[in-house]
Design a protein around this ligand. Structure first.
Ligand SMILES: [Zn+2]
Length: 226
């Protein structure tokens, strides 16, 4: 037989358990909601590919890390590498239009020339992957108001960038320098659009990617594709 004060103790313990269960449920639910809301977004973007080895290595890393990225491709580099483009789509990445030729003298000769270049690249992407591209990045960046209007009218979402890993700006950078540049230029930005290149001469970019991903993850960022 339990004494009265033992019953009281049991009752008090049960109440305590109920309170803890209630609050732990709330605590689990609340941060999950606010955390998602406050998390920085990182868009990993790769221009000027596909290349055989570098793009392949980047895709391997993205697959291991379960991250989706965006590739702005050059049509003329797709020939002979159709498999690489198909793999991008199969693994859930976004393939965007960068250019058919990537030759500034040709594509920026007139608005019509630029639109023709975009449409040639888009047609090739659709024929190769079965998916019509919806995102576009201007070769060389910059603002091109008339062309922007035309392309938006054709349904393209135009993507610029606000951070770089430096693979186009620095001379023969090593992987560590690229990772540091990516983090430095992304600092303080809530929505990071990181420009990188998956060209054949950007092997260090593929090498730096795991460290870049790790650092953003440690900061609690989420990765998104366009
Ligand atoms: Zn480019």
């Amino acid at each position: 037989m339990l004494k009265r004060n033992q019953y009281l103790l049991l009752a008090a313990f049960a109440v305590l358990l109920a309170i803890l269960a209630h609050f732990s449920g709330r605590m689990a639910a609340t941060p999950a909601f606010t955390f998602a809301d406050e998390r920085r977004e990182v868009f990993l973007t790769f221009d000027d590919g596909p290349s055989t080895v570098v793009t392949g290595k980047i895709l391997d890393t993205l697959q291991e890390e379960n991250i989706k990225a965006t590739f702005f491709v050059v049509g003329e580099r797709v020939y002979g590498r159709e498999k690489v483009l198909k793999r991008m789509v199969r693994e859930g990445h976004t393939v965007g239009v960068h250019s058919q030729s990537h030759r500034y003298d040709k594509i920026y000769a007139s608005a019509e020339a630029l639109v023709g270049d975009v449409q040639a690249c888009a047609k090739l992407i659709e024929e190769t992957t079965g998916v019509a591209p919806k995102v576009y990045r201007f070769p060389g960046g910059g603002r091109h108001e008339r062309e922007e209007e035309i392309l938006q009218g054709l349904g393209y979402h135009i993507v610029w960038w606000n951070a770089v890993n430096g693979d186009a700006e620095l001379t023969a950078p090593d992987a560590q320098t690229l990772a540091e540049t990516a983090l430095r230029t992304s600092k303080g930005k809530k929505r990071v659009v990181l420009l990188m290149h998956d060209r054949a001469d950007c092997a260090a970019t593929a090498e730096a990617l795991p460290a870049i991903i790790k650092a953003f993850r440690e900061e609690g960022c989420v990765f998104r594709a366009f």
